[in-house]
Design a protein around this ligand. Structure first.
Ligand code: GLN
Length: 169
């Protein structure tokens, strides 16, 4: 189901925070009174999967918070928005994923994507990309929160969705 209002959170066993524009999603969540209830549910353990802008929303900290941009938090990480460059620098890559169910690489689509710059001790890095002289985490998990810099929903590869479905059980 689509969630637009706080009451709609009650029925959920988990929530997906999609890609898009994290500054806009932040503003809309606040305008609809969804920000605090959702942040509270995530803090209380609601399983959550964020891709791209959704990863940004799950970051406890952002490198440069755009004009007071807020995040829901949920993963002990510092995230850099638009880290790989501008829209024209969007790219695709095959990634090894550090999970037993991923026996072959994932084809990952990055659209003006963020990367993870720092993680806390409880955060597991599932996949990284070599870029700009460093290994940049692009898929991470902490407890019942999962985040990817890329968009698993556009390739038809359901393995990250399956991972998330298992996390909701
Ligand atoms: N660049 C966007 C942001 O900062 C994220 C892009 C995406 O979700 N594909 O929110």
């Amino acid at each position: 189901m689509l969630v637009r209002r706080p009451a709609e959170l009650d029925a959920l066993d988990g929530i997906v925070l999609p890609g898009g524009e994290s500054t806009t999603i932040d503003k809309l969540m606040r305008a609809f009174g969804l920000f605090e209830p959702l942040a509270d549910r995530i803090a209380a353990g609601l399983p959550v999967f964020g891709s791209c802008a959704g990863m940004i929303l799950l970051a406890d900290r952002l490198v440069e918070a755009h004009r007071g941009q807020r995040t829901l938090g949920g993963i002990d990480m510092l995230v850099r928005r638009n880290a790989f460059g501008r829209q024209v620098d969007s790219f695709e890559a095959d990634l090894e994923v550090a999970d037993a169910r991923f026996t072959s690489p994932v084809h990952a689509v990055f659209i003006r994507a963020p990367w993870v710059e720092e993680i806390g001790a409880g955060v597991e890095v599932l996949a990284s990309v070599d870029f700009g002289g460093g290994s940049r985490p692009v898929a991470v998990r902490q407890g019942r929160a999962l985040a990817t810099s890329f968009h698993p929903e556009v390739t038809g590869d359901l393995r990250f969705h399956e991972m998330f479905a298992r996390m909701t059980r």
